[in-house]
Each structure stands twice: as structure tokens, then as C-alpha cells.
Design a binder for this molecule. Sequence first.
Ligand code: MN
Length: 453
Amino acid sequence: MYELVIANGLVITPGGVIVADLAINGEEIVAIGFGLNGERVIDAAGCYVIPGGVDPHVHLQMALAGMISTDTFTTGAIAAACGGTTTIIDFADPQPEQPMLDALSARRSEADGQVAIDYALHMTVPTWHGADAGRLHEIPAVIAAGCPTFKLYQAYNRMELDDVALYRVMCAVGDAGGRVVLHSETGPLLEVLRAEAVAAGHTAAIWHERTRPARLEATAIHRAAEIAYLAGCPLYIFHVGCAEAVAEIVAARLRGVDIVGEGCPQYLLFTAEKHLKSADGNLYICAPPLRSHEDQDVVWAALADDDLQVVSTDHCPWTRAEKLGASSFTSVPGGIPSIEARLSLIHHFGVVEERMDLSRWVEICCTNPARLMGLDRKGALLPGYDADVVIFDPEREKTITVDALHEAADWTPYAGISVAGWPRAVLLRGQLIVEDEHYVGQPGQGYFVAREV
Ligand code: MN
């Protein structure tokens, strides 16, 4: 007799898709089989039983230019939970002079006791830590503290690392057994293009895309990939949204570079032409920018074919007033909220619209991000894994609205979009945290998860 059995669902495991029962004791999955008996039974007939989603790229309560991104660790984690995500990875961002381990514990103290789901942190390496005389000697200790992934930028003043700094950080991370996650754009040149556009009187949102050409994005990926190869460092490219970036990643992999990449829902569903040119175009400013329908087709195909491995959200919400109040595209806080709808959006536009099968959906939203980020008990329905489980009702039709979501922002780019399929129930380490689409958990029951890649 097991403590809990999720019965009769279509269970999506790494080994195949079967109608079966899934048994849980305590916090762990202990068996998948037929006719399993439980003290408690949840009937999942007609539903998919999948691992809790893993979103490896979110920005909760992130400070930027005197503002703080709209979702706290509390609201963002509840929204994630209601959308079927049970693990998120956010960031620790060291200030100048601040040791990385201090930044890690400071960020943990903001999250611990607040998060409704499990979480981990990437360590940002800003310019002031990435130089030769910076703090690269701290990297092994950061990895030992359960934070083996390091976020580097090739764009944004004060964050962008030049090729020499990239090389030094990648050598240090590679030597210590970590992985680099990278925002790849040709930053310094983008600043010139943006200044030129503003000087010519172009302040509308579409100029955000026109001053961040896809070909320059690809150039940055090309350089980073070769530097990673030289340094012997595994590389993960964040938020891939254009054909040129996909082509560079594929070509680099064929040249022997250890490189993977992620897409995000906003790049798969929105375009520069429609959304940045709309009356509320500022809302859709994120970097890299939205691209074209042709780019979307390439990114969808790359996700289906394993040219890209993950869908994250890069969830970075701001209020309408913060986004629309800017007088120029150059001063809009960048980012889009997506944390809650990710699983359902990729299910609907990926699986229902026949761009990928059920197993691939689970791989890119759950299994691959867990594996690549070193979450060794997450992302798969297998005995011994954490009992993070989503009972996903593929027949549930839902039209997304701001009010229906648990995200804190007063807008969502997905308002009015109808999807087939939504999580009905969600378990975090064996505990029911979402029941009949209602959050029933405790903020603070999520843990920091130490990772090893
Ligand atoms: Mn980001």
C-alpha cells in the first residue's frame, strides 16, 4: 500500500507514454505500474501525468533602474505553480565589491520562506567580477554551494563582458566544472545603433528591433561559442528567437562546441511587425527583440528537432505604467511576463498544433532544463525522483486573461489567447499545491535546491 497513487492517467516518462498508476511515498516517486493501491488515490483518467515544469530562466523581484520587477518570490512562485511549474531558477547578482557567496546568501534570504515551489540560482558575473583581478577565484566555492551555472552578458552597459573577460570567466567556470549561461548580443555596437536611431528622432518601440539586428546576435553567439571551445566550458544560450542564432548554435555544435540553447514563448508567438508596431508596442520590448513569423518557424522546428533543447520564460514582468511611461524605446524596462502560461502555451501551440509530440513537450519544458541545470531529482517521472507531478487536463479550454492568472503584473501579453490544456492539479514533493486549478499550498514550502552539473 502506497501513501498516494495517481491513478489511470497517461503517464509521460523518459521511457515512453503509458496509461498507468504513479505511486508516491513521502516526497518521492516510488513506482509506476498497474493496479497500484494507495491510502489516498487521485483519479487522473483522461489527463496527462507529467513531471513538474522546470523554468530555468526567471527574474522575480529584480532591481533595475530604481524599479523592481513586478512579481515577488511569493507571487511569481504561486503563478508558476498554478501553471504547472515546480522548479524555477532565478539569479544572484553581485554588487561591486560584493563577494559572490555573499550575493548568493543575500538572494537566498529574499527567497527562503517566501517561495511556493523549489528554486535554484544562477550566479551573475558582472564586469567588475569578470576581469583578471576580479573575483574568479571564488567560482569553485560558488559551485560547492550548489550554484554551478554562471550568467554572463555580451550586452548592457556595466554587465557586458568583452572577449578577453569572456575567455577568463569561461576558463574559470570550465576548470571548476560549471556551465555558462549567456545573454548573447553584440552589446557595444548595439549602443551605437540605438544612439543613432534616437539622434534621428526614432523613439518608437519598433526601433528596439531595428537596432538589434539578428545578424549581430549571431555574430555574438559565434564569438562566444569559439571562446567557450577554447576555454573548455559548456555553453547554454539564453532566449534564442531568430533563425540566425539557431544556425550559429547548430554550426558551432557541428564544430565540436559543447553548446545548447533555449527558446521562450514570446519569441514563438509574437512578432516585431505586429506587436512592437502596435499602439502599446513598449509592452513587448524584451532583449533580444521579437522577430518575424519566419524566425518563429525556425525556432519551433529547432525545438522539435533538438537543435534547441529547452523552453524557458525569461519571465521579467513590469507594470503597464512602467512599460508605457517611457518616452523612448531605449528607456523601457525590458521583459515580458510568461511564468504561468508556459506549459499550456507550448502544449497548445506545440503539441495540439502538431509541431511536436507529447514526449518532446515534456523534454523541453521539464526534463532537459533539469538535466542541463543539474537538478538531478527533478524533471522526470522515475522512481527515486522528487514527486513533483502535474495532472494536466488536455481537454480544458481556457482563454487567458489578466484576472485568471496569478501573476502580479496588470497585463499579460497572452490576454485573449485561447489554449486547449491546463494543469488541473500540481504536487510539489508529494504535497498537493494546486487542486482544481486553485492554489492550496503554503508560500515558503519551496526549498533552495543545490545543483551539480
Ligand atoms: Mn533574462
